[in-house]
Design a protein around this ligand. Sequence first.
Ligand code: FAD
Length: 465
Amino acid sequence: GDFPVEVDTLVIGSGPGGYVAAIRAAQLGQKVTIVDKGTLGGVCLNVGCIPSKALIEAGHRYHDANNSADMGISVGEVNLDFGKVQEWKGSVVNQLTSGVEGLLKGNNVDIVQGEAFFVDDSTVRIMDEKSSQTYKFNNCIVSTGSRPIELPTFKWSDRVLSSTGALALEEVPEKLVVIGGGYIGVELGSAYSNLGSEVTILEGEKRILSGFEKQMSQLVSKRLKKNNATIHTEAMAKGVEETENGVKVTFEVKGETQEVEADYVLVTVGRKPNTDELGLEQAGVELDDKGLVKIDDQCRTSAENIYAIGDIVPGFPLAHKASYEGKVAAEAISGEASAIDYTAIPAVVFSGPELASVGLTEEEAKEQGYDYVASKFPFAANGRALSLNDSEGFMKMVTRKDDGLVLGVQIAGKNASDMISEACVAIESGMTAEDLALTIHAHPSLGEITMEAAEVALGLPIHMV
Ligand code: FAD
């Protein structure tokens, strides 16, 4: 019965997919409306990338304050006011979410608060607590993200936490059990381990971070264990019993049942795309058997004027992928010939040490039949890494044998998350090991590791025999 509001491009969801798509679409001349049922910035800014990195940094500082005696620095009692840490974390998040609001407004994007539901392929109904309004759109970009998977045997509670709950704790748990040794479990487990928790990780696979090369994930396990954490691999979490002020988690390792008590249990066993409560079927948008939206290489769904990006489409569920796809979708709507190409998309874990990977691993190069060279350079042979008192780790560079084309780079070590960008540029622009070796890198810097790994590929490293 209401009069529909007519809009040009409608973006649903304001996470790193949606808000970036909205800004790019506006830059290209579209009149954009963005709707979110929650807070601007989505999971990434509010309960994902940013708050987790803030907690990880607090963990590093606290841990380092207590562990720098080998550098000649020892302090008396180091006090941790976790309430203050949380307040600081909140201020970082607020700064960024209000920044997003400013950017959207600065680009004349209309912001609507409410939950969107498709009525057909050009209409949504947007509801907030009080009212409901129909919107007609020319084009729509859907970026509704994902939510944590809840296990039937581990129902969310004050003690059974999702990543969101774990980020919002008001105290550092004395003991914390983490179910799932993927990147979210490892990052949050490491943060609390650095903040003083006794952490137990239960992982179903043979090793944690199984998406990365074995040697890389082994460095992370080693660091966690050194920090008093326990890792059970090939472990099946069975159930949880809430005690008076904690939990008792039952799990099975090789047919043997075990128990561990803790203050909290964090369950990070994967995320589910938010594609089930949106009326996508009414718009003719097809999903695959995992509930992900099927898209073409311009992020167009089976409905011609509806695009989908981010965690609701196949591929790594990572913020920079969502943003990248958001730009492609916005450009496609503007008639540009943009298309997605994931060749140079990085994957990063902010563990200790950090892990990062882009392009092909050695194993993938082998599988794909490349005649390749895999060259490794250790952080321990880099002066900057030593002076940072953090020289554990390595870079591995995979290059094509005949011409040195960089196919992939894997890094385990300090600041791998920043170092990987150079490798992304190299792969994106089709550079060779020689290009990287010929590039003058500032001394002393971790970037020199990239130059030297390239020199290893050429058989000419200076700081390695
Ligand atoms: P989201 O960020 O999930 O945003 C979706 C938005 O849509 C939300 O704001 C939601 O309110 C809104 N919405 C949903 N349904 C509707 C509806 N019907 N109507 C209106 N609005 C709706 N990625 C990285 O790259 N690096 C990291 O370091 C990293 N760390 C992470 C740490 C944690 C703890 C978690 C949980 C995730 C992390 N991620 C990280 C993943 C990253 O957060 C996601 O990949 C990213 O947020 C996906 O962006 P998106 O735009 O697809 O959706």
